[in-house]
Structure formats: C-alpha cells, structure tokens
Design a protein around this ligand. Structure first.
Ligand SMILES: Cc1ncc(COP(=O)(O)O)c(C=O)c1O
Length: 360
C-alpha cells in the first residue's frame, strides 16, 4: 500500500527542533508583554510584509476579533464573503456588527467587487475580503470603493502569508490585515496569528497590546493599570521561535506550492479548478467536482486526503439568511481541496494528478 498523502503537513526541520529545545531549556515560554521571540517575530514579519506596524497574537481568530474590536461596529454592516472559515464572520458578530454576505467570483473564489458595490449602504463600515486559498482579492477595486465610501478595509489573510498583490506583499495594502499561523498554514506554528496595521490604524499598536493581554497597560515593574477589558491572546515563545525559522523559508516553501499548482492547473482534466497565478500563496488548491462525496471516498481509498473549504457561512444555523449567493452555493456543494504543500515529492504530485484524473 502506497504511503498516505496528507492534505496538510507543516515543514519540520532541524532548525525548528533546535529552537524549540532552546526555548524549552530557557524556561521562558511566554510573556503577556510579548517580549523575547514574540517581539523579534513581529519585527521580522513587519519587515517581510512591509506594513506600518504588527502585533502578534495566538491565532488568526484572535487577530480577527481584535482587529474588528478597533472599529465601532454598533448598528453597522460589514461586507464579507460567505465562502470562508466561520471565524471571519464570528469576529463581526462578537464586535456588535452585522455581517452582509457577498458572493465570490467564479474563477478565483475571492469576493466579487461588483457584488460588494451593490451591497454598500449608509450603514456599511468595513469591507472584509478573504484571500481565499491564498489568491489575492481585487484589492485595487476594493480600495477604491473604500475610499469613495469612507469605509475601512480589513483583510483576512489567514491563507495569504507571502502572497503578493501588484508587487507588494499582502499585509501592506489594507488598513488592518489579519494572518493565521495555525499548523496547517503556509507559515506554521503550534498556534499563532498576527495583526498588521497600516495608515491611521498604525497608531493602534498600544491599544492592541493591551487588549491582547487582559487590558493591561502602563506596566512598571509589578505595577500596572487596566482601562478597558482585554483577552488572553498573546503568542507564546515556542510558536514565535518556530515562526522566525519558518519565515526565513516561507518564500521557498511557497515557490514549491506554486510549482505544484502550475502542474495541477495544466494536468488535471477538469474544467473548473483553481487558476494559476504567480502572486498566490496556494494555501489550498481547489477543484470543483460533480459528485464530491464519491470523489472524496475514491481519493481516500487511494490514500490521498482531501478536504472541504468551506461550507458557506450563510447556510449555518447561526447565520442562516434568505439570500441567494449562486457561486458560493455551487462551491458549497462541489468544492474540494487536494493536497498542496512543500513536503510533497514529485512522485506524490504525479500520483495525486493521476488519481484525480481517474476519478473525475
Ligand atoms: C480564512 C480563515 N480565517 C481565519 C482563520 C482562523 O485562524 P486560526 O485557526 O489561526 O484561529 C482561518 C483558519 O483556518 C481561516 O482559514
């Protein structure tokens, strides 16, 4: 029986093992203030994406929750795709806003700017695009709409570490950009996330630092003050140390993902599949199949893991809406993710392509 091919698989080299050992032996595993490796990671990631400021947190979910906490969303609407992980939308609700779901584009599965335009009302405050599977959204069009309508652009870049739009890294465009470093992500940590802040929002670093550690401010030795509530959202030292190693090889790992994506887009005999784009970080590679259940079973029986990203959020009980999002709903039924990551060998990529083609 051939080796099982995993859908996701982090890169674990000797460097990651060394730094983990070092942090363990140092007995300094975490600090609410985020000193040590956490600060180093923030500085390095900020340079990498060329944002104005960065705050590391302990998940992409925490990044989204904190990012939206910076905006007064009471009675306000946030335009968001329904084809996303539910954390994107939960963050809106948790901060008192109302999610307004937009459809995605047929070719990229990223939020459709034409639909956004139709959804903007007097109550709209934020546009929250998701760089789905690592494919950059049409940020130029979305930024223009934000400017014209005085809206804030908050990007969910959970899939887009290292991706680019118009020659600049994702993280340098929007007012606030949220990353995830969950173990399945392009830059993997045991647990982690980050908020990049640009333009006027760059001044919010201190507010974010307080909110990621229970509201604690004005620390002076053992003294501190609390002016508002906060959470326990700080990143730990092991994650940050691993993140620093992963950041150094992120471009190389993404290059491998792109090489695989290029082959999939040429060699898989399906009409609807993820397109090839040099700017994409290819966190996922999606196919649109007719009988998904059967296809996934066949792949599983051939030792190849697949996944569904995602069940559309507007079809979940909490968010159920009587709206029609035709492209999202079609994707909800037929979209399937196949393995794409830096640990796949050429022979494994051959096997995935062959097995897909035999079963679509
Ligand atoms: C699009 C998207 N947003 C947000 C998140 C949340 O990130 P985390 O799992 O690090 O909390 C994820 C994680 O899967 C995601 O895929």
């Amino acid at each position: 029986m051939a080796k099982k091919i995993k859908l996701f698989d982090p890169s674990v080299g000797t460097k990651e093992q060394q730094v983990t050992q070092q942090v363990l032996k140092s007995h300094f595993w975490a600090s609410g203030a985020g000193i040590g490796h956490v600060k180093k990671f923030e500085d390095s990631f900020r340079k990498f994406i060329d944002s104005d400021n960065c705050v590391a947190v302990n998940s992409g979910t925490a990044a989204l929750n904190l990012a939206l906490s910076l905006i007064d969303l009471k009675g306000k609407e946030v335009i968001v795709p329904s084809l996303t992980f539910v954390a994107t939308v939960n963050a809106i609700l948790l901060n008192g806003g109302k999610p307004v779901f937009a459809d995605v584009k047929h070719d990229t599965m990223c939020i459709d700017p034409h639909h956004i335009e139709k959804l903007i009302t007097k109550k709209t405050k934020v546009i929250l695009p998701v760089h789905y599977a690592g494919m950059p959204c049409d940020l130029d069009k979305i930024q223009q709409m934000c400017k014209k309508n005085d809206l804030i652009l908050i990007e969910d870049a959970a899939h887009a570490s290292g991706a680019k739009f118009m020659g600049k890294r994702i993280g340098s465009h929007g007012d606030i950009v949220c990353f995830s470093f969950h173990p399945v992500k392009n830059l993997a940590m045991p647990t982690g996330g980050l908020i990049a802040i640009n333009s006027e929002h760059r001044k919010m670093r201190d507010v974010l630092l307080a909110r990621r550690w229970c509201g604690i401010t004005n620390r002076n030795n053992f003294e501190y003050d609390v002016k508002e509530v906060g959470w326990n959202y700080y990143m730990n030292e092991i994650s940050a140390a691993i993140g620093l190693v992963q950041l150094k090889k992120l471009d190389a790992m993404n290059r491998t993902r792109r090489q695989i994506a290029k082959r999939y887009s040429k060699e898989i005999n399906l009409e609807r599949k993820m397109p090839f784009d040099e700017n994409c970080s290819y966190h996922l590679y999606w196919l649109m199949v007719k009988n998904r259940k059967k296809f996934m079973e066949k792949m599983f029986n051939a030792g190849i893991e697949t996944g569904i990203h995602y069940r559309p959020v507007h079809t979940m009980s909490l968010y159920k809406k009587n709206i029609s999002l035709p492209i999202t709903e079609t994707a909800g039924k037929g979209i399937v993710s196949i393995p794409i990551h830096q640990n796949l060998s050429d022979a494994e990529v051959d096997r995935i392509i062959r097995t897909v083609n035999q079963n679509v």
